[in-house]
Design a protein around this ligand. Structure first.
Ligand code: MD3
Ligand code: FE
Length: 215
């Protein structure tokens, strides 16, 4: 699958209340989406999606897993990155090379991401407004790929205030840089049945991050 052919020449700087949210609508064509989904599900057999507990002890509605040397986890002890799956104790599978190539082609950063959080939203799952600040270098961008059902994504400034909603469709890629890196954001809802890409329905979101020292 060719990354070059899959990426449009320039991202759309989405008109949100936050500068630095770049969106490549339909960056991955249907074939690239199917190939990436198959790769992701194959690797998830080694690192099954599970529902983490919030520090308050409530399960997330989103199922999660990770690829790469570091994975984001949550439990009663808090949020952190760690090298192993909390339920199997095994190291996370490697980040697919397609995603590393996508990173090289889209973000302006000298190194490679060392963490890929895999969020699986089955029907009804959502993610409340939050900031991502568990990474070592908050100056490094985050890159996100959406597959499967569309989602209503919400983003607003770090300080709070006005939020904007953006529909994220299967094959869309977005980069969070500059002020958007610390933006408050979340997933209000999944538009169940809007895509037939994923077996069992739902949505996958893959976020590439520099969590530690990078790859
Ligand atoms: C804005 N995931 O995993 S992806 C997350 O669709 C997360 O699963 C959502 O928020 C999802 O933390 C949103 C788009 C995204 C990812 C990371 C960001 C937006 C972001 C980091 C900073 C600001
Ligand atoms: Fe986030």
């Amino acid at each position: 699958m060719s990354v070059r052919s899959a990426i449009t020449p320039a991202p759309v700087e989405v008109a949100t209340a936050v500068e630095g949210f770049r969106l490549w609508p339909g960056a991955l064509d249907a074939a690239a989406q199917a190939a990436l989904a198959a790769t992701v599900f194959a690797r998830l057999r080694q690192a099954p999606p599970y529902r983490p507990l919030t520090p308050g002890g409530r399960p997330f509605s989103v199922e999660m897993s990770n690829f790469g040397p570091l994975g984001w986890v949550s439990d009663r002890a808090g949020y952190r990155y760690q090298a192993t799956h909390p339920e199997t104790g095994r190291p996370w599978p490697a980040i697919p090379s397609f995603l590393l190539d996508l990173w090289r082609r889209t973000v302006d950063w000298p190194g490679l991401p060392d963490a890929c959080l895999v969020n699986l939203y089955r029907e009804g799952a959502r993610m409340g407004l939050h900031q991502d600040r568990d990474e070592a270098d908050l100056g490094a961008p985050v890159l996100s790929v959406s597959l499967g059902d569309a989602a209503r994504f919400r983003i607003g400034p770090a300080e709070g205030g006005t939020t904007t909603t953006v529909r994220l469709d299967s094959g869309d890629v977005c980069a969070l840089t500059g002020p958007a890196r610390l933006a408050r954001h979340g997933i209000d809802r999944i538009l169940a049945g809007s895509s037939r890409l994923l077996p069992g329905g739902g949505r996958l979101n893959l976020t590439l991050r520099v969590a530690g020292r990078g790859l």
